[in-house]
Design a protein around this ligand. Structure first.
Ligand code: ADP
Ligand code: MG
Length: 827
């Protein structure tokens, strides 16, 4: 019987992956060749380019000769331009290529265990995954030969694994997923048979591997340096790669053993010292030490949980349970820390290592197979196109559909009937409409997957072949549309953002905005480009959000010049799997430009980051001084947040490692952005009184101009501006206030522009700087002309001349477009 729903769910994990299948209402894990539930996400290539995955690949990490032939944790680099160099095979592979290898392995397991050719599966991604990472995950699935692969967020999957057949009451859960390399916290609500993500937070760079590295850097490496001949052994020294891999391996094994034991020795850990002598490391690790090192890392995750709850004004008491996901949550000490600090009952009754794959399979049961993965009717057969939800709270779900003939025969007089194979309930014969359409209700039984056979009879009552010939429906918790994780906006040239989708809106989503180009694009010039930068985040300043990608329109692509100020219609579309497409339509060209937001943007540049970091530290010191002088408690607090803890140390260590380790580079990028935002906050707090004073002053200037030269409209405008400014001052919002100051200045300028004296003054100023103007011959001619207009009292003529002279002022364009990720757009 052909499957009508996807039914298979894959947890494509940073450290481990797993695949599960839904059978009725229970999920089974499809075991791998080693008879294990989980497969390490590791890929090895031999010299013929043949790949090995899973445990056998992971074991190669310990083989000095294979150190450039095996890679792990590549999920952390999904969506970056990083390429892995496989030395023996002489091949470069991207993170998604490696993920594709894991998916192929899992497909193979299905073939072997179930004899089925896996063509579609649901794949999970962390809730903290951004655009580029989702797009890369899709690409991996395509490469592995999966024809259909909806993505679902890991916390959603976990909740489904727990809640699928639960009693349908209203409850909040916190999904706590601490994996090998990523952390996710999600608050879920189950109500009236529907699960929704109420809020979530996470960190793409927080997981069990950070605990391993912390043990290494704080405990093991310093001591090894003392006791052995290993002078420059450190994380950022490439020379020690194999040695570090071996020590980390042993440390991880020890950490896992410490979940059950009080103390252990590093197991079987041999490395070569500085003289090339093989040494066996003798090192004892105790649980107390492990807890001391791990606790601050666990606390980081708990802080995220608290924030996620606080953002929705939920107290811990409102949360029914915390569902544990991920290997590290198997340890008792880990659970103790969580339980005492969170104060919410923990639930780990579904294995934390496979719960995500199981939930993904549950979700897969709600996804109908479509497109290329669905068999097509051949000549003489009939095709049925069904519209219904395969899982829902209804006992008598509505189902619609259309029947068509593969040979385009008429379906006049045909009837269709649905038969529940388990209960033998029948829908009765339903007559098809002329176009083959029909609508009816089914009757399903609780607690099992209901399969309905589909029977098609022609006008004479003869049975006809129909594809597919069955459908399935289960009464259970369905999941509402998946929300948008971070707001998506287009950056503007003035570093503001134009928000297209807000965090929490349902997917898929589409929005169109009409904007203007901030500068001209010359036909044929590769130097003239119009950038449409798409950013992800909730911060008002565009460059404080993450750049997701850019739609770039170059002068070489346009048929004629696009002057500054031309209309640009920007459309963003995000599909259900969070893949983003950007389009820009330029009416004066009647042309549309499109970009799939490319997952392969480059890794952050360590040198640039170092420079930015130093600038931020300087800013921090300056602000600290001002804050001390001003005795501003709020600003001092904000600065302490940056300075306090080990943020500075952490980022410095990351920057040192960034050149050699792209993971560290990405973490540094994230933390740098974080520091910038915090400093902005402190700066805003400090500059607030000055900013308010400036706003008031600009409004007064505007009033004065209005008194002298204003029109009723300009006075009305000033009044409304004043009301807005007062409101913003009340709300203490620095960025909008800055914008209002600009607007007040613009309004003043506008009044001035109407005054003859202004143009005279402007002309005189341009005359003074005539030497600096671009084209001296034209400048001389225009200045002559201007002087004549003044003599004749032709102010309109003078205005024209000033306008033309202005275009000769050397443009500090470079400076003007530095911010807002070089955006070429304005509102
Ligand atoms: P991912 O979701 O990133 O694939 P997993 O959920 O498979 O990660 O967790 C992998 C992490 O769990 C590793 O850091 C591993 O060391 C850790 N881990 C696995 N088992 C245990 C255990 N029993 N005690 C502590 N940590 C464990
Ligand atoms: Mg996981």
């Amino acid at each position: 019987m052909t499957r009508t729903t996807i039914d298979f769910g894959i947890d494509l994990g940073t450290t481990n992956s797993a695949i599960a299948v839904l059978r009725g209402t229970v999920t089974d894990i499809v075991k791998n060749n080693e008879d294990q539930d989980i497969t390490p996400s590791a890929v090895y290539l031999d010299k013929r380019g043949q790949s090995q995955t899973g445990v056998r690949a992971k074991n190669r990490l310990l083989d000095e000769k294979a150190e450039d032939d095996v890679y792990v944790e590549f999920k952390r680099r999904m969506g970056t331009a990083h390429e892995y160099r496989f030395k023996c095979a002489g091949r470069m592979m991207k993170p998604e290529d490696l993920s594709a290898e894991i998916l192929k392995e899992l497909r193979g397991n299905v073939q072997q265990r179930l004899g089925e050719d896996l063509q579609s599966a649901v794949i999970t991604v962390p809730a903290a995954f951004e655009q580029k990472q989702c797009a890369a995950s899709k690409l991996a699935a395509e490469q592995a030969g999966l024809l259909q692969c909806p993505l679902v967020q890991e916390p959603v999957a976990a909740a489904l694994a727990y809640g699928f057949q639960a009693e349908l009451t209203k409850a909040y859960w916190l999904i706590y997923d601490f994996g090998g390399g990523t952390f996710d916290a999600a608050v879920m609500k189950a109500e009236d048979g529907i699960i929704t993500v109420v809020n979530h937070g996470g960190d793409n760079y927080l997981g069990g591997s950070d605990i391993d590295w912390a043990i290494m850097e704080q405990i093991v490496l310093p001591e090894l340096q003392c006791n052995y001949n290993l002078p420059d052994l450190s994380r950022d020294n490439k020379k020690w790669r194999t040695a570090l891999a071996r020590i980390k391996w042993a440390v991880e094994v020890a950490k896992i053993q410490l979940s059950r034991r009080e103390a252990v020795y590093l197991e079987d850990c041999r490395i070569k010292d500085a003289d090339g002598e093989e040494i066996e490391l003798d090192f004892k690790l105790t649980r107390d030490v492990l807890i001391r090192v791990a606790e601050p890392i666990i606390v980081r995750s708990i802080d995220i949980c608290s924030r996620v709850l606080k953002e929705k004004s939920l107290s811990p008491a409102a949360i029914e349970r915390v569902i544990l996901v991920g290997g590290p949550t198997l340890a008792n000490y880990f659970r103790d820390i969580l339980s005492s600090r969170l104060g919410i009952p923990l639930d780990f009754s579904v294995d934390p290592m496979t719960v995500v794959a199981r939930g993904a399979a549950v979700f897969a049961g709600t996804q109908r197979r479509e497109g290329a993965s669905v068999p097509n009717a051949t000549a003489g057969q009939y095709q049925i196109d069904l519209k219904y939800k395969p899982v829902g709270a209804d006992e008598d779900p509505t189902i619609r559909g259309t029947v068509s003939s593969a040979s385009e025969d008429s379906v006049a007089g045909f009837t269709i009937e649905f038969v529940n194979e388990h209960t033998h309930w029948r829908s009765g014969k339903i007559s098809l409409k002329e176009n083959g359409g029909f609508k009816t209700n089914l009757l399903a039984e609780k607690g099992c997957k209901n399969t309905f056979a589909i029977k098609l009879l022609d006008g004479t009552g003869r049975s006809q072949a129909i594809v597919p010939d069955n459908l399935s429906y289960t009464i259970g918790l369905a999941i509402s549309e998946q929300p948008i994780i971070h707001s998506i906006a287009v950056a503007l040239a003035n570093n503001e953002t134009e928000v297209f989708f807000k965090k929490g809106e349902p997917l898929p989503a589409k929005a169109k905005r009409i904007m203007r180009s901030s500068h001209a694009v010359k036909k044929g010039s590769g130097e003239h480009i119009l950038n449409v930068p798409v950013v992800e985040g909730e911060v008002e300043l565009a460059d404080r959000n993450r750049l997701v990608g850019k739609l770039i329109i170059s002068g070489t692509q346009v048929r004629r010049d696009v002057p500054a100020g031309s209309e640009v219609e920007v459309t963003l579309h995000m599909d259900a799997s969070r893949i983003l497409t950007a389009k820009a339509y330029i009416p004066i060209l009647d042309e549309e430009f499109e970009a799939k937001i490319d997952p392969n943007t480059a890794s952050p540049d360590p040198i640039n980051m170092q420079r930015e970091y130093e600038a931020e530290i300087e800013r921090l010191e300056g602000l600290r001084e001002t804050a001390d002088q001003a005795e501003d408690g709020k600003a001092t607090e904000a600065l302490d947040e940056v300075d306090g803890g080990n943020t500075i140390e952490a980022i410095e260590s990351l920057l040192r490692t960034a050149g050699a380790d792209p993971d560290a580079a990405h973490m540094a990028e994230k933390q740098l952005l974080d520091i910038k935002i915090r400093l902005d906050r402190a700066e805003n707090a400090l500059r607030w009184p000055a900013l308010v004073a400036e706003a008031i002053q600009k409004l007064e200037e505007l009033d004065k101009l209005n008194d002298e030269h204003g029109t009723p409209e300009s006075k009305l405008k000033a009044d409304s501006l004043r009301v807005q400014v007062e409101e913003i001052i009340e709300q203490k919002r620095a960025e909008p206030l800055r914008r209002k100051i600009e607007q007040a200045m613009d309004a003043s300028r506008q009044i001035l522009f109407e005054q003859d004296g202004f143009w005279l003054g402007f002309f005189n100023h341009l005359q003074e700087i005539r030497e600096a103007l671009n084209d001296q011959v034209t400048a001389d001619r225009l200045i002559n002309q201007g002087s004549q207009f003044i003599e004749r009292g032709n102010i309109q003529g003078l205005r024209n001349v000033v306008g033309q002279l202005l275009s000769l002022v050397p443009q500090e364009e470079a400076e003007a477009i530095q911010r807002g990720y070089q955006s070429g757009l304005l509102k």
